[in-house]
Design a protein around this ligand. Structure first.
Ligand SMILES: Cc1cc2nc3c(=O)[nH]c(=O)nc-3n(C[C@H](O)[C@H](O)[C@H](O)COP(=O)(O)OP(=O)(O)OC[C@H]3O[C@@H](n4cnc5c(N)ncnc54)[C@H](O)[C@@H]3O)c2cc1C
Length: 468
């Protein structure tokens, strides 16, 4: 990157918050998944506020420098890999938290992680009920930018459902606020759908392609006081699916309802079971692990009783091991991280949403590809919101073996195509979906048009959003 540009950027953020040192750039050349090739940016800049972000974007625009916004860097699907010699804008210095207790909402700066927010809200007996399993490092704004999901999503859906508004710096440096706070006289965030169509939604899941979120306002809830943790065994995934649909039909407050294949649980338990006090068990073919959470004891108890009945009605049996869901929920800031990296850091994932009654098709497809290519891997998933199931296959490879690495990329591409044909939709519209998506030309054209209108220089996260 030209020295003149670096000097201009230094003037905005101060010399200590810009770097072109190769070792620093190397850190920013990758994300938490080492399954894609690193790309060295030209500089990393760390602004302190929205005005600095705005000035930086103006300079990037004038010099046509591609920009990649970055928060925790924990993404797994190439979203945060920068452009060669491009500019990374890291937002972790934006740490402000403002609570609006009466409005049941909170506004956080782009650098606030889920763990930091959880600690803060706990002191107020409140909760942001959806967490990604990378919560220790992942920022709320970063998760909104990918429209993430995780523990809590079984009741509340993806994180986007909890967003009330955003403050965004557009690629030309303009700062806008969406939702009720677009009204400069509003006393806080309380209504997302204000002033016509949902402009907030444009930035949710947009992978930084339309601008940089500097603040995000979220709904918060009273913390649950009463929990029931239980596990349910089934002979087929179809039975598990029917059970999970029944949980929804009966309005049971299942805040996290996961589905595991037997071998996957065995793998997880080999790694962390003993340490977490989860009893050894011959896990059935299909296991549903569920946390019910409530602010009222009577509701929690009646939900728990009904869940057991629905399990039996759908051909299952109550396993009764509570430690697994308890760890999933109470250890939600780190539980899965431990299990995910059981074979090291080298894996590719293909997160997607599926209908709850088709979860078994996703699992079968993933297994078929794993067997065809001889991959080591696993898959699991969880109910997500109103009527969706989030599946997350992890495919491991040997990074020392170029053939293995090529095989994993081929298998991954094949899987994206076949999953799309089963009716699955992307959870995070990563670039590799662009080859798999078909029959949606006018939709993609519209996305391109929006991109062209908002980002005429095409500097923001080029090609990240399904290749646009
Ligand atoms: C062990 C592990 C477990 C995980 N589990 C989950 C999970 O349960 N659920 C889940 O959803 N994800 C999960 N992830 C993936 C990852 O944590 C999420 O994608 C996360 O939301 C990324 O947030 P981040 O702050 O790290 O953002 P980054 O990785 O820095 O960025 C993510 C994307 O958002 C863009 N971006 C970042 N900040 C901004 C901003 N302020 N404005 C505009 N664009 C921005 C980036 O350019 C990039 O495209 C997991 C990752 C790991 C390593």
């Amino acid at each position: 990157m030209k020295k003149k540009v670096i000097d201009e950027l230094s003037k905005i953020v101060g010399e200590e918050f810009i770097s072109t040192r190769p070792d620093v750039l190397l850190t920013y050349s990758q994300s938490a998944s080492l399954a894609s090739d690193p790309v060295m940016p030209g500089a990393v800049v760390r602004p302190a506020n929205n005005e600095q972000v705005s000035e930086i974007l103006k300079i990037a625009g004038e010099n046509k420098i591609p920009v990649t916004p970055r928060s925790g860097g924990s993404s797994l699907q190439e979203e945060v890999i920068p452009e060669p010699d491009g500019l990374v804008i890291e937002l972790m210095r934006l740490k402000e938290i403002t609570l609006y207790k009466e409005l049941r909402s909170v506004t956080v700066g782009a650098g606030v992680t889920f763990a930091e927010l959880e600690k803060y809200l706990k002191e107020h007996d409140l909760i942001l009920p959806v967490y990604p399993e990378s919560a220790l490092v992942c920022s709320v704004a970063g998760n909104v930018s990918v429209n993430g999901a995780g523990p809590g999503s079984s009741l509340y859906g993806c994180i986007g459902e909890l967003v009330l508004g955003v403050e965004v710096v557009l690629p030309d440096g303009t700062i806008i606020t969406t939702g009720s706070e677009a009204n400069p006289h509003a006393s806080g965030p309380y209504q997302r759908y204000s002033f016509g169509p949902d402009i907030t939604g444009l930035f949710i899941g947009s992978l930084g392609s339309f601008g940089i979120i500097t603040k995000v306002s979220m709904k918060v809830y009273k913390r649950y006081k009463y929990y029931d943790y239980n596990t349910f065994g089934f002979e087929t995934h179809e039975q598990s699916e029917k059970f999970m649909v029944d949980i929804k039909q009966h309005d049971i407050n299942g805040i996290f309802t996961s589905l595991y294949e037997g071998p996957v649980l065995e793998l997880f338990m080999d790694m962390i079971g003993e340490e977490l006090g989860i009893p050894q068990h011959e896990w059935p073919f299909s296991t549903v692990s569920m946390t019910i959470g409530s602010v009222r004891e009577d509701l929690m108890k009646s939900d728990a009783e009904l869940a057991k009945k629905l399990c039996v009605k759908n051909g299952g049996h109550v396993i009764g091991i509570s430690q697994l869901p308890k760890q999933e929920w109470s250890g939600r800031l780190w539980f899965f991280v431990r299990a995910c990296y059981v074979h090291g850091w080298h894996w590719r994932t293909l997160y997607h949403h599926q209908t709850p009654t088709n979860a078994h098709e996703s699992i079968e497809e993933i297994r078929r590809v794993m067997n065809k290519y001889g991959f080591l891997g696993h898959t699991a998933g969880f109910a997500t919101g109103h009527s969706s199931f989030n599946a997350y296959p992890h495919l491991y490879f040997d990074p020392q073996d170029p053939e293995d690495e090529q095989k994993i990329r081929d298998g991954h591409n094949e899987l994206a195509k076949t999953l799309f044909k089963t009716g699955a939709v992307p959870f995070k519209l990563a670039e590799y979906w662009s080859d798999a998506i078909e029959g949606m030309d006018s939709y993609i054209t519209l996305l391109e048009l929006v991109k062209k209108t908002i980002d005429s220089q095409k500097i923001m996260s080029p090609r990240k959003l399904a290749g646009i």
